[in-house]
Design a protein around this ligand. Structure first.
Ligand code: NI
Length: 256
């Protein structure tokens, strides 16, 4: 069984055929899907999906850096209240994104730091999104790591050196469809990446692996990502499945 550690299957792109999407995942041996939140407006549909598929979908809660604006603290207060009331499996996705908009950089940093504290308080992994801000994101993690922080750098596409720093701080790497893109040049980083820090993710509906690049992504495509990593690391796809699933169950503290 594979685990998709990052998919937004609760978004409207899946409204019409979510039952089929969940069946496709099962047929592709993708048994569990972890759902990172985006902002307050996505929480209800995320929780709905998790309730409808209790052993397949696992809810997480947090505020995406691209959704941080002048009112971010109100959103965070609301999420923190929910976190105390309901079972969630991770905090996120959070992090820093300076690609789309730099105007709320300070707020993004504050939001990220506050969510890191939640992850520590509730002993949950923090799910990190970082774009055009990887060194800054790593710095924040380095200073927050007191031995009690765990989490995932989602959709990682940095250098070996950055990868090394992250793994040194006890963080995991979420590897997705980008690894199958020729221009991504991630092979050397994947060769270096220790197997015990490796997780698979789709980020569905975004970032479909080849040969579906540009189309809607779904959890059933996880084996394509596993195959590419297996080829680069010269081990079998089945080994990638076993290792990454064991890693995910341990990190999220979930039974098989
Ligand atoms: Ni995402």
């Amino acid at each position: 069984m594979y685990i998709d550690t990052h998919a937004h299957l609760y978004l409207e792109q899946f409204d019409k055929d979510i039952d089929e999407i969940m069946l496709n995942a099962q047929s592709a041996q993708v048994g569990k899907v972890f759902l990172p939140n985006i902002d307050r407006s996505s929480i209800d549909s995320l929780l709905n999906l998790s309730n409808n598929y209790p052993n397949q979908c696992y809810p997480m809660i947090g505020l995406h850096p691209c959704s941080v604006n002048a009112e971010y603290e109100i959103e965070l207060d609301y999420m923190y209240k929910l976190l105390k009331e309901k079972k969630f499996y991770g905090v996120g996705e959070t992090g820093i994104d300076l690609y789309w908009d730099k105007s709320f950089k300070k707020e993004q940093i504050n939001s990220f730091k506050r969510q890191i504290e939640w992850a520590k308080e509730f002993d949950l992994p923090v799910i990190i999104h970082s774009r055009d801000a990887l060194d800054l994101t790593i710095e924040i993690i380095e200073s927050a790591q007191d031995g009690n922080l765990k989490g995932i750098f989602h959709c990682f596409n940095g250098t070996i050196e950055q990868c090394q720093k992250i793994v040194d701080k006890n963080f995991m790497m979420g590897i997705g469809g980008i690894v199958t893109y020729k221009n991504a040049k991630l092979d050397e980083m994947i060769k270096y990446l220790p197997l015990d820090a490796l997780l698979l993710e789709t980020d569905a509906p975004y970032l479909s692996p080849v040969p579906y690049r540009g189309k809607r992504n779904e959890s059933a495509y996880i084996p394509l990502i596993a195959q590419k990593i297996a080829d680069v690391k010269s081990i079998s796809k089945e080994q990638i499945m076993e290792i990454t699933s064991a890693n995910a169950l341990k990190l999220f503290n979930v039974d098989a």
